[in-house]
Design a protein. Structure first.
Length: 170
């Protein structure tokens, strides 16, 4: 069994420095972690690609729309992706998983901890942000789906989780 790469070791160290529990997958440059976000439980898979000094972070949560809702969920994700500058949403239909994926290329073998932390925060926040919108679509009655304005739904701010530290202390 080959040892973990320098790249994944640097990610594991970053997780440890931030107090985040993670598990290194034996024999692979992969770390798994779970975070409880505002709306959902986020399963994180972090994979290093040493040959190109890349890091991919995949955040996943359950979402298994029925056939009537599938097209609308996919449209929701496509519309949400148009608003993103980093990363993207996917739906793994075979596994019933809502996915947010972000990748970065690094200059050095030891990945910059600030960038790794930012990527983790981004992946968790984006998956947590889209979850209530997807739940609204999945929870909409079949006969009302064609009336659902997904562009307008994505503008709703009442379901967006608060940014840590932004809450007013009154």
């Amino acid at each position: 069994m080959r040892p973990p790469s320098l790249q994944i070791q640097s990610v594991e160290n970053t997780f440890g420095q931030n107090g985040w529990h993670c598990e290194l997958v034996e024999g692979r440059d992969v770390i798994r972690a779970v975070f409880d976000a505002h709306h959902t439980r986020v399963e994180l898979v972090v994979q290093a690609y040493p040959a190109i000094n890349a890091l991919a972070i995949v955040a996943e949560g359950r979402l298994d729309p029925d056939d009537e809702h599938l097209r609308h969920v996919l449209e929701l994700l496509a519309r949400a992706n148009k608003q993103l500058t980093l990363g993207g949403f996917e739906l793994d239909i075979d596994r019933g998983r809502l996915v947010f994926r972000i990748t970065n290329l690094f200059e050095r073998e030891k990945y910059d901890a600030d960038i790794v932390v930012s990527m983790v925060h981004c992946a968790i926040a984006e998956l947590d942000r889209i979850t209530p919108y997807a739940a609204i679509v999945v929870g909409t009655a079949d006969d009302l789906l064609d009336d659902l304005d997904l562009e307008r739904l994505l503008m709703r701010e009442d379901v967006i989780p608060p940014v840590p530290g932004d809450e007013d202390d009154f």
